[in-house]
Design a protein around this ligand. Structure first.
Ligand SMILES: C[S@@+](CC[C@H](N)C(=O)[O-])C[C@H]1O[C@@H](n2cnc3c(N)ncnc32)[C@H](O)[C@@H]1O
Length: 175
């Protein structure tokens, strides 16, 4: 049944952003699974993905998805029991390689003319640094949650096969 799903949420977390958290066209993926109650202050929250793959190494075919959403952790540091880190996770090591490998792998799984949305908040890592990891130039962006210390931005990319700015296509074996 997974083969019929044409949308990938690469790291769905608690699926806050989804209207339909059981959308049948989506593979909801996250590296972790958490039971209700894992965050003390928000007893109903859970992380309940369909699959638990690492977005840096996915078992999907080249060009399998028409739409991919990528909302990776944006906080650096150690995981703890706070609501923020519980919901959003953390990047413990080198963020350039962690997120760079993620972008590369998702670009491989995206179909020609497919769309990738990336959401990021610059509280710990600047947009200037994240932009260096992008697979190509975004088509457009929008900002939400603008606060004194940080901004959340959404970037929209399309995988145009004639795009001269795009990351070289991986010549990996079909998975
Ligand atoms: C910012 S949260 C996603 C929030 C989600 N978009 C929502 O609407 O609730 C980032 C998620 O990425 C997951 N994650 C971190 N590293 C990952 C990896 N290597 N592969 C897959 N998921 C990962 C974390 O477990 C965390 O749930």
């Amino acid at each position: 049944m997974m083969a019929n799903k044409f949308i990938l949420d690469a790291c769905c977390g608690c699926k806050f952003m989804w209207f339909d958290k059981e959308n049948p066209n989506v593979i909801f993926n996250d590296i972790r699974k958490e039971e209700k109650g894992f965050i003390e202050r928000r007893k109903n929250l859970e992380v309940n993905p369909n699959t638990q793959y690492d977005f840096r190494n996915l078992p999907f075919k080249n060009k399998q998805f028409k739409l991919i959403t990528f909302d990776p952790p944006h906080l650096k540091g150690k995981m703890d029991k706070s609501t923020l880190k519980g919901c959003y996770g953390v990047i413990e090591g080198d963020f350039e390689s962690y997120l760079g490998l993620g972008f590369r792998e998702l670009w491989r799984c995206l179909d020609d003319y497919g769309v990738l949305f990336c959401k990021f908040n610059d509280v710990h890592i600047s947009f200037k640094d994240i932009e260096l990891l992008f697979p190509t130039k975004p088509l457009f962006q929008t900002s939400t949650n603008r606060s004194k210390n940080c901004i959340t931005r959404w970037f929209c990319f399309m995988k145009n096969p004639n795009d001269v700015n795009a990351t070289e296509e991986e010549t990996e074996e079909e998975k």
